[in-house]
Design a protein around this ligand. Structure first.
Ligand code: NAI
Length: 729
């Protein structure tokens, strides 16, 4: 018999066995080899000693109940090792099933987060009690990593909640519930407020149910809401693929489809067969490229970025107490809200008291909405608002230990406002500009302490967008960089760090995406196809509609300024085919985008009302269409290739930052794992290979067909030749 090394057996005198999940080698319990062996050992022992066992309680000695699958294992699954993974996955299911079918009451006492594998263990228990601890989350987020819950999670949620609820509430969105909301949605049975209460409730269940089994193992059990074999359910079935197509927008996300198939197919067979079906669909996902991309980005890269892989070492962390936000417009108002929400006092300054008060009004609106939706209490909302002081008087900024400037995008104005306040705020206050395009080094020349000056580029809408791009100017000190990093973490956002350059990383790269879409319109390609190509590539916003949102005048302004700067420094400006389209749209047709009431789209009462028919009349040409795949890859490649150039130029210094920044900041499709992981995981197409060599070959093909801008940069070619990939390791 194997030993259990990660699950401790504690039996009391009444015969109740508490199984304490406690991996001695890790801070959290995961579904690793040691756990799998322990689970087998435990199931063996429970069966062998069942006469002396009165009931079973699963709980954990860690902060979390159980963290889920071992992602280091899963990211390494290949088609060659898939069969092994399949059998391993069946073994876990079999052991959980043995415990579930013991005939004794089995209770999950979930003392902390139970996500993925953690909730699947709990699902195999007859009764689930969760401790209402801060940060306790319950659910199956596997879909967000391109996977499905392969430990019986699909089979059991379908049998617990019915196909529709299992899919919509648990499996397809990967929603993470607080214990209270998990209770409301039928995922668990009870919530306790203390550990003692949780264990007492677990025992009470055991006392009241000396013999216990799962609902689905009882005679006459039927899946709630029916299965596809019932006519009423069958009639509704086509709605699922339809809503999935809407959820994925046609982009290549295989996980939701496998989940749907596992749920529906598994509902029509017995429990054991359903487990096998689930395992097959799980392994298919684990061996595929998308889950690897998503695990790399949303787990490993995100962790590296947030844990400060890019923060200078050896500098004491510092918290900001009082921040000055200069400019209470769209961005300033959002920044003020995000800071106040994190407990920081905010002085929000604009040119007049009215303008400043209007900026605070934005927080008032967000707070009222949060209260009305039950997401916060009135008391907390009031406290948040009390932290924001609107003003037009510079002297009110006394005592601020950080400044975030968000006035108009005008270098002279930005210099002026910094000059005005730099001696009023604390003498060592961190000085940040939220410019979206202006080089930080030049802006810093306007202040006395250039070492404390740094770029802090937020994204709109600030309260929702999780990313902040930190830009290090030539004279920015390490201390300032560390403090900026800490400030971004303090307001619970994700910081990436880049070196100074016009447009930095995000603004520059997203420009290529939009230029490519616009260029295709100029080539005569049907505009609706361009939009569709962006959507099906997985971009959250279609390219022409995004262009309209940003206004067509903005890229023209940036282009004019960049061109001037390039030419002044002796370079030559490479004209992009999008420029002529933008110029015609503005100069010939007077269409400047959504804020001007007309752009690539028409607007009625400010609402988008279809593509402007004039596009077809003035631009579209018969026979101009190109393969759909080319359209998608032109957008994706244009962003990926420029990201490699940014690495070459030293603007970007970290692969993880590039991947995370591209997904969280500028909507690069999540299935790719980010802009550089897209190159690593490139699957190739007809005639081109996979990975970097395939990407290079395809880029050359695109360059030949569509222009030099697709010529692969030297760094990419070199890495491909050496057999390397993009990685920080
Ligand atoms: P906005 O036009 O909504 O707000 C600018 C505010 O600055 C106005 O309320 C204006 O009254 C105020 N202001 C002007 N002169 C001032 C002075 N001397 N003292 C104090 N306040 C003054 O502009 P928005 O969109 O909020 O942009 C602000 C900055 O953020 C710009 O540098 C922009 O490039 C940058 N940014 C904008 C993003 C966006 O999506 N709009 C995204 C990221 C950065």
């Amino acid at each position: 018999m194997t030993e259990s090394t990660t699950i401790r057996w504690e039996q009391d005198e009444t015969g109740v066995v508490t199984l304490v999940l406690d991996d001695p080698h890790q801070s959290a319990n995961t579904m690793n080899q040691a756990f799998r062996e322990s689970l087998t050992a435990i199931a063996d022992r429970l069966e062998a000693e069942q006469d002396s066992v009165r009931g079973v309680i699963f709980t954990s000695a860690k902060k979390t109940f159980f963290a889920g699958g071992d992602l280091r294992d899963l990211i390494a699954v290949t088609p060659e090792t898939a069969q092994f993974t399949f059998e391993r996955s069946l073994a876990v299911k079999r052991d959980l099933r043995r415990i579930e079918k013991l005939g004794k009451p089995v209770v999950a006492a979930m003392n902390g987060a139970a996500l993925g594998g953690g909730y699947e263990i709990a699902l195999a228990c007859h009764h689930r009690v969760a401790l209402d601890a801060p940060g306790s989350k319950i659910g199956c987020p596997e879909v967000t990593l391109g996977l499905l819950p392969g430990g019986g999670g699909v089979v059991r949620t379908v049998r617990l909640l019915g196909i529709a609820d299992a899919l919509l509430k648990v499996l397809l969105q990967g929603t993470q519930y607080s214990p209270r909301r998990a209770l409301d949605n039928g995922l668990i049975h009870e919530v306790a407020t203390t550990r003692e209460e949780m264990l007492a409730r677990a025992r009470a269940f055991i006392d009241a149910h000396p013999e216990s089994s799962q609902p689905w193992d009882q005679p006459g059990y039927r899946i709630p809401g029916g299965t596809p074999s019932s006519p009423k359910f069958a009639a509704n079935l086509p709605a699922f693929p339809a809503s999935l197509r809407k959820q994925t927008n046609g982009a290549p996300y295989p996980a939701p489809w496998n989940i749907l198939a596992a749920a529906v197919e598994g509902s029509q067979v017995d429990f054991e067969t359903a487990q096998v079906i689930e395992a097959r669909y799980f392994v298919e996902l684990a061996a595929g490229q998308t889950s690897k991309n998503m695990i790399q980005a949303f787990f490993f890269d995100l962790q590296a970025v947030n844990s400060g892989a890019n923060r200078p070492q050896g500098i004491e962390p510092r918290q900001v107490r009082k921040v000055a936000v200069l400019g209470a417009g769209m961005m300033g108002a959002g920044i003020a809200y995000s800071c106040a929400r994190a407990g920081i006092d905010v002085v929000l300054k604009d040119v007049s008291p009215e303008a400043a008060a209007q900026g605070k009004g934005y927080s008032e609106k967000l707070c009222a909405k949060a209260v009305s939706r039950g997401r916060t209490t009135q008391e907390k909302a009031d406290a948040l608002l009390a932290r924001i002081t609107p003003t037009a008087a510079p002297e009110d900024l006394a005592g601020c230990d950080a400044v975030i400037e968000a006035v108009f995008e005008d270098p002279a104005l930005k210099r002026k406002v910094f000059k005005e306040i730099q001696h009023i705020v604390e003498p060592d206050a961190l000085l940040c500009s939220n410019t979206s395009t202006l080089p930080i080094t030049a802006l810093a020349e306007g202040v006395d302490r250039q070492g404390d000056f740094i770029g802090l580029h937020f994204f709109s809408p600030v309260d929702k967008m999780p990313l902040v791009e930190i830009i290090k100017g030539e004279r920015t000190g390490e201390e300032a960089l560390a403090r900026a990093f800490d400030l971004v973490r303090q307001i619970k956002k994700t910081p990436i760090v880049v070196n100074d350059s016009r447009g930095f990383f995000t603004s520059r790269v997203i420009g290529h995406f939009m230029n490519e879409g616009v260029a295709m319109v100029g080539e005569g390609i049907e505009p609706a196809s361009v939009e569709q190509a962006a959507a099906q590539a997985g971009y959250p916003a279609k390219v022409l509609s995004l262009m309209d949102e940003l206004t067509l005048t903005l890229p023209r302004k940036i282009r004019t300024e960049t061109k001037r700067a390039v030419e002044e420094s002796g370079g030559t400006w490479a004209t992009h085919p999008a420029e002529a389209v933008i110029d015609r749209m503005i100069d010939e047709f007077g269409r400047t985008g959504r804020s001007g009431g007309a752009g690539f789209y028409e607007y009625v009462d400010g609402k988008r009302a279809g593509l402007w028919p004039g596009l077809r009349e003035h631009f579209t040409r018969e026979g101009a269409d190109i393969p759909f795949e080319d359209m998608q890859e032109r957008m994706l490649f244009s962003e990926a290739l420029d990201t490699v150039r940014l690495l070459e130029e030293g603007v970007l210094t970290s692969v993880a930052d590039a991947n995370i920044g591209s997904i969280l900041g500028i909507g690069f499709p999540g299935w790719t794992g980010g802009v550089l992981q897209y190159i690593n995981g490139y699957e190739g197409g007809p005639g081109v290979g996979a990975g970097l060599p395939g990407f290079v070959a395809r880029a050359r093909e695109l360059a030949e067909r569509y222009g030099d801008r697709f010529t692969p940069p030297a760094l990419l070619v070199e890495k491909a030749e050496k057999g390397e990939r993009f990685s920080d390791a």
